[in-house]
Design a protein around this ligand. Structure first.
Ligand code: IMP
Length: 433
């Protein structure tokens, strides 16, 4: 395949960073198409651990062009810090490696402030956002008052837009949320420093991607968050503010849907979630703690402990359909080494009925009970295994059962954080098409 989209099948944090880093070896271009610095991809290379929130993980491969697409909301403070960190660690030697869409919207200081104030005021109805200003930035984009990356390059246009926005935002911040208003001078001063640093990366990214497609280059589209955090298809309102589904790889990058070849759904061998919202297979007590400790399940962006639970085939099946998945990457299989038996949710009990469809309402989500199938554990160390045949038989059977339940082949299995702690059954870029 000459193009692949890798995205999350669950509630985010599936391990996309590692998969994307792995596939980036074969990719000429890597494109982020939605979300912002709410994402956090952790990549381990030897003794180095790098967490990237905005810059595509492909940046660690020197010949890969990395694109922050038009569907992303860009916090320039984060972008500048990541570029500096990458350069300090000896990556990104060539400035041309990074391109930022002129049409991507900027996260402004008032977005972050509004995000925090709104969450603080919500008390019992918190979404549990990352506080990175994502929702307020997408709101401005939709209401056509947003400020785009290209606007930052024109001093006059930028100051006018900041001034107009601040009138409304400061009114809300001060009067409604009783918060501290922002000073226009400070905002403009801060963003002027970013202008100088970011100017060289700003590009007409759809044109860059389309030119690469014409030249038969390999393109990897990198999703952030996960299917059930999608603004339409997720557990609304406990979702993020963008379309996280694979279909948005096209709109968020500026290519047609026919340019997206292979769809790789990334899922953990179990399930996690951060923030509030439905999670039918969530565990409480020692089993949750064991998964959390073994899997290092703490948010890469906020450090919050992640909620942990068993694999849920109901959400997996729906996600496979919603995203048009061709194959799966099953991550962190080794985390389950410690369990005698491993339950997998194969249906939801709703009253007397068992259904294989996710509920439509929050009430529905709250009332379903998972129906479990118990699979035998393997109680052997699988950490670092890179050949399927070397997995204990029960671990092989576990993977095959997930495959059967999801209805699509498992192509990649991860058995540890390192690049080579991976079983690649089929490399999507090697497939015909
Ligand atoms: P926001 O995207 O910061 O507005 O947060 C909305 C919801 O999405 C919250 O429940 C966050 O915890 C969750 N979320 C946002 N980004 C990620 C991510 O990259 N991984 C996991 N959860 C995320």
């Amino acid at each position: 395949m000459s193009s692949v989209v890798a995205f999350g099948l669950q509630w985010g944090d599936e391990g996309k960073g590692k998969v994307i880093d792995l596939l980036s070896r074969d990719a000429d271009v890597v494109v982020r198409y939605q979300g912002g610095a709410n994402a956090g991809h952790t990549i381990v290379v030897g003794d180095e651990k790098i967490v990237l929130h905005l810059v595509p993980s492909g940046m660690l491969h020197p010949r890969t062009t990395c694109i922050v697409g038009n569907g992303v909301v860009v916090d320039p403070a984060v972008l500048v810090a990541e570029v500096e960190e990458l350069r300090r660690l000896g990556h990104m030697k060539d400035e041309r490696q990074l391109k930022v869409s002129a049409f991507a919207h900027l996260i402004m200081p008032y977005h972050k402030r509004m995000d925090m104030l709104r969450e603080a005021a919500a008390s019992g109805k918190k979404i549990g956002t990352t506080g990175r200003g994502i929702g307020p930035a997408y709101e401005d984009k939709a209401s056509r008052s947003g400020i785009r990356v290209i606007d930052l390059l024109d001093k006059k246009v930028f100051s006018e837009k900041v001034r107009e926005n601040l009138k409304v935002k400061n009114f809300l911040i001060k009067r409604y949320y009783k918060g501290e208003p922002l000073k226009i001078r400070d905002v403009i001063k801060e963003y002027t420093s970013y202008r100088k640093l970011l100017k060289k990366y700003v590009a007409d990214t759809p044109a860059v991607i389309q030119e690469s497609i014409r030249k038969k280059k390999k393109i990897l589209f990198e999703g952030a968050q996960g299917t059930y955090l999608d603004i339409d298809h997720g557990t609304y309102p406990y979702v993020t503010s963008s379309n996280t589904v694979a279909g948005n790889a096209a709109g968020g990058s500026g290519v047609g849907p026919s340019s997206v070849g292979y769809v790789l759904g990334v899922s953990k061998a179990y399930t996690t979630r951060v923030g509030e919202g439905p999670f039918p297979t969530e565990l409480h007590g020692p089993e949750c703690e064991l998964i959390r400790q073994r899997g290092g399940e703490f948010g890469a962006t906020t450090g919050r402990p992640r909620r942990c639970g068993w694999f849920d085939a109901v959400i997996a099946q729906r996600a496979v359909a919603l995203n048009g998945v061709h194959g799966l990457a099953i991550m962190k299989l080794d985390v389950l080494d410690a369990f005698e038996t491993i339950p997998v949710c194969v249906g939801y009990r709703a009253g007397k009925k068992v259904t294989s469809q996710p509920p439509l309402t929050l009430k529905g989500w709250a009332s379903v009970e998972p129906v479990y199938e118990e699979l035998p554990g393997w109680k052997r160390n699988t950490n670092g295994i890179s050949r399927f045949e070397e997995l204990p038989v029960n671990a092989q059977k576990y993977v095959r059962r997930l495959e059967e339940l999801a209805g699509v082949p498992v192509d990649i299995i991860s058995t540890g954080p390192e690049r080579d702690h991976t079983i690649v059954l089929r490399n999507p870029f090697d497939l015909k098409g």
